[in-house]
Design a protein around this ligand. Structure first.
Ligand code: HPA
Length: 266
């Protein structure tokens, strides 16, 4: 057990969440809905990231959402901050140590589909790692050869779809392509991404999916669409736009997740 696992286990006491959420842009407000919240700044958990990106506070919040025990990571480390694709490994490892078995990742992303505009929510069904990076580079054991044929868990994804249908929120499904960032893509890169089969592009999540599968966690992921991707509208992209637009889809995704937790996640 890591020092963080030990510490977190003691802080949680009788609460034993088996599901964790990583909150991307636009979903940070979900921590305020946690009942009986225990809040722990990442700074108090050795190995947890020090995120410097605005719109990404660093704290772990545990409690109940719609009655179900849950653990939320508000704030993530991005590869583009330091070039370390494995920066989330200690945090995810800690979750696994304290009994988390299911991980739901959320992010903000650019859409490649004109019909999936800002405010849309996309369930990620598969990904394309276009960054050239991998969080398992340097892992010395043979466990590094992680299979990703079924990286995204069918049962959790189905529960998200069911919850979306129940809330009436439209839910797109598609493939997320990971670009390293921090610069946005060029229009030519976006045309390439579309040819390669992507439906959305973003700068996070994929390394966490790889790490989670490595750690034996079941994973599902959703994107909140903040913009049509580069070259699709003629407008320049900006982080400010991401922050401004994320709450729109974030509210929809929050409603879906609330509903899913009300039903319980198997
Ligand atoms: N590209 C990459 N990452 C993003 C985008 C985008 O257009 N929008 C939000 N995150």
């Amino acid at each position: 057990m890591s020092e963080s696992g030990d510490k977190l286990g003691k802080l949680l006491g009788n609460l034993t969440p088996t599901t964790a959420l990583v909150l991307g842009s636009g979903l940070g407000g979900l921590v305020d809905e946690v009942e009986g919240a225990v809040r722990i700044p990442y700074a108090e958990l050795p190995g947890f990231p020090r995120s410097g990106v605005t719109g990404h506070a660093g704290q772990l919040v545990a409690g109940r959402l719609s009655g179900t025990p849950v653990l939320m990571l508000a704030g993530r480390a991005h590869y583009y901050e330091h070039g370390d694709a494995a920066a989330m490994r200690p945090a995810l490892q800690t979750l696994a140590e304290i009994g988390v078995t299911k991980l739901i990742l959320t992010n903000a992303a650019g859409s490649l589909e004109p019909g999936m505009g800002p405010g849309s929510v996309m369930l990620i069904t598969d990904h394309i790692n276009f960054s050239g990076a991998n969080p398992l580079i340097g892992e010395p054991t043979e466990r590094r050869f992680v299979g990703l044929t079924e990286a995204y868990d069918r049962a959790i994804s189905a529960a998200i779809e069911k919850a979306a249908a129940a809330t009436g929120a439209p839910l797109f499904k598609g493939i997320y392509m990971w670009f390293s960032g921090p610069s946005f893509e060029t229009p030519a890169e976006i045309r390439m991404a579309r040819v390669l089969g992507a439906n959305a592009v973003g700068m996070s999540t994929v390394p966490e999916v790889i790490l989670a599968r490595f750690l034996g966690l079941r994973v599902a992921a959703c994107s909140v669409i903040t913009n049509l991707a580069a070259g699709m509208t003629g407008a320049e992209l900006s982080h400010q736009e991401t922050k401004d637009m994320a709450p729109l889809g974030g509210a929809r995704l929050a409603a879906i997740l609330r509903r899913m937790f009300a039903e319980g996640v198997e």
